[in-house]
Structure formats: C-alpha cells, structure tokens
Write a protein that binds this ligand. Structure first.
Ligand SMILES: [Zn+2]
Length: 215
C-alpha cells in the first residue's frame, strides 16, 4: 500500500506512521530522514541540499524530488511505503505521481490526521521537558512536580508548545497544506482520520479508514 500521511504538528502523525510501518512491513519515509541520509552519505543530491540548508535557504524542488525518487526506487519500497513530510506542494504531488507512474505504481491513499487547535493546545499544555537531561514528561499522567525525577533538573515548557506558537504553526500548516488536501480529495484518495482523543485511538481510526485488519 502506497500512502501519504498529512497532519498538523502534534497530531500524532509520526507515531501512527511508525506503528503502521511495522504492521504492514513497509518503510516509513520522512523527508528529514532522506535529507540526513543523502547528506551523510555524500550523494550528489545530498551535497547540493547541504549547500542550501547551510545557507538557511529552502532546498529546491528538483533536489528534493530527486532524493525522494531514489528512495522510492529502493527494494524495500516494492510492497509499499508511507511518505511523511512529502509532498508539501502541488508541483511536488504531481512530480510524485509521475515518478510512480513510470513503474506502474500510484498513491493509494492520502491520510489526513485531523486534530483541532483546542485539543492540540490542551494536549501540549501538559508536556514538559527537563532543561538538563532533555527527557520529556506528560504532567497529565503523572504527579511529578517541577523537577525531573531522573536528574533533578527543572521541567520547562518547550517554546514550540506554547499556545501562541501552536496557533501560528497551525495557521501555517493549514495555509500550506489545504491545496494538497484538495488535490488528493479531487483524486478520490483522501481519507480523514480523527485524532481528538488518545494516540491509540488515532491508530485504530487509521486502520479502520484504510480497511486494514489490526493485530
Ligand atoms: Zn532530567
């Protein structure tokens, strides 16, 4: 099954993609991992990407698409794959369709993991990180105080988890992703999955939406 995972930051996309990857024995491919692999292996595309990234510039589409194309040609993608973080734009989505069509493949489903801003703010409000050892904790499910139980460091809220920052991240996400959602809706490949409750439910919802039998 060839899948794309879409979803706002904090929607639980990465966790769900990892679990589905294990269940279906297909790779979970995030653009971050592809970039890191190409850069550390020193591929031609990796060197190019590195030049842009080190100057704080956006990596151009043809470089990103080239790396995704090479990754999807690898043997472990024969049975399927889960793309996470790509495509981000309509031109990228069209390029992806063309790459797959070259070997008679196609995207089966684009999964949009939906979570409301209120829920996200509520979920992240309980997250704390130890300033010293960087371990992360959820205050909702434990009664630890202001100190890290492991090292005694002080527990702080990540800047990214503060309500104001979350609102800005959500707005940027919707602005950038809405056209993509429309693209897959028009192609009749879009499935929406609710992530309002706990992450375990999100995963079950994904299995149901894709008509996959759980374990
Ligand atoms: Zn600590």
């Amino acid at each position: 099954m060839n899948l794309i995972f879409l979803g706002a930051p904090g929607a639980g996309k990465g966790t769900a993609a990892n679990r589905l990857s294990e269940l279906l024995d297909i790779p979970h491919i995030s653009t971050g991992d592809i970039f890191r692999a190409n850069i550390s292996e020193g591929t031609e595309l990796g060197k190019l990407a590195d030049q842009y990234i080190s100057q704080g510039c956006l990596v151009p589409d043809d470089v990103t698409i080239g790396m995704v194309k090479a990754r999807l040609a690898e043997e472990d993608c024969a049975k399927g794959f889960i793309l996470d973080g790509f495509p981000r734009t309509i031109p990228q989505a069209e390029a992806l369709d063309n790459i797959l069509a070259e070997d008679g493949r196609k995207i089966d489903r684009a999964v949009d993991i939906v979570v409301s801003e209120d829920k996200l703010v509520e979920r992240l409000a309980y997250r704390r990180v130890c300033a010293a050892c960087k371990l992360s904790y959820n205050l909702k499910h434990s009664n630890i105080g202001d100190c890290c139980p492991v090292c005694g460091g002080s527990l702080i809220m990540r800047e990214d988890d503060k309500p104001k920052v979350i609102a800005a991240r959500m707005a940027a996400y919707h602005r950038d992703t809405e056209p993509l959602i429309e693209y897959y809706r028009n192609a009749r490949k879009l499935v929406k999955v609710n992530s309002e409750e706990v992450v375990a439910d999100t995963f079950a919802n994904i299995l149901a939406a894709l008509e996959i039998k759980g374990v």
